[in-house]
Design a protein around this ligand. Structure first.
Ligand code: FPP
Length: 246
């Protein structure tokens, strides 16, 4: 990767890992083979982000809508998840990667829930990179649970602010994604981090997720570095150093 990008790297990258099924179909393989290849791509991108010094990486691994898929495919995804938690935890610990799940963890089957909780505990003191796995996640449901949490805490309407609501999201306390990547050519957000991505730069690539490697990530980072983020300000205001604001 171009060294000049070093100062222009995003602090938080969020990725919609799409195209596993098409990748498998193109090879005459079952969809589950695509997910296995997708999990391998995820491993490589996690390592690469850690190497580059990215602070937070969020991967969309299972949406609340994914329950509508065939039972066998869901089972295969959950096996991959169990395998990921078992096999990757020692490496994450070694590399200082803290695992966190965003989504309705309690809605996952018990073995996956237990393995992920264990992995989160084991890596809880790691501070080189935060890896959020979005599992059983939907952004609208996330916003609704945040509102419920606020109301349950006795907040009055005038207490509801971007800060107080943001703190009740699964990502409370984390910076918003600077860069959102979606693989496979689809250009939509699919109920992913709708609140947090208000000012994120969006990068869509036709590359199917299992083929998304370090070189593809470098292309996304180069595109990001070339964008002017204005947060609603004019170019002149930014040039005069009026900071980011919104
Ligand atoms: C979308 O491809 C991908 C998913 C629904 C699951 C993403 C999961 C993985 C990459 C594997 C598990 C990851 C980890 C980190 C253990 P698709 O099936 O919708 O593809 P298609 O649109 O081509 O059919």
């Amino acid at each position: 990767m171009d060294q000049s990008l070093t100062g222009k790297l995003p602090g938080h990258i969020a990725i919609i890992m799409d195209g596993n099924g098409r990748w498998a179909k193109n090879r005459g393989l079952p969809r589950t083979a695509g997910h296995r290849a997708g999990a391998n791509a995820a491993r490589a991108i996690i390592s690469e982000c850690r190497r580059l010094g990215i602070g937070v990486l969020t991967l969309y691994a299972f949406s609340s809508e994914n329950w509508n898929r065939p039972k066998m495919e869901i089972a295969a995804l959950f096996r991959l998840l169990l395998d990921f938690a078992a096999r990757e935890t020692p490496g994450m610990l070694e590399k200082g990667i803290r695992l966190n799940v965003i989504g309705d963890l309690d809605g996952l089957p018990l073995p996956q829930r237990a393995a992920l909780k264990k992995s989160m505990e084991t890596t809880s003191r790691c501070d080189s990179m935060l890896l959020n796995l979005a599992l059983n996640y939907g952004a609208r449901a996330e916003i609704i649970q945040a509102v419920k949490k606020l109301m349950a805490s006795g907040s009055r309407p005038e207490d509801v602010t971007e800060t107080s609501l943001g703190a009740c999201l699964y990502t409370g306390g984390m910076p918003d994604p600077d860069l959102l990547i979606r693989a496979s050519g689809e250009q939509r957000l699919s109920n992913f981090m709708l609140y947090q991505c208000a000012y994120s730069e969006l990068y869509f690539t036709p590359t199917l997720w299992p083929d998304f490697d370090a070189a593809e990530l470098a292309k996304a980072l180069e595109a990001y570095a070339s964008r002017e983020r204005r947060f609603g300000k004019t170019g002149e205001q930014l040039a005069q150093g009026e900071g980011h604001g919104r």
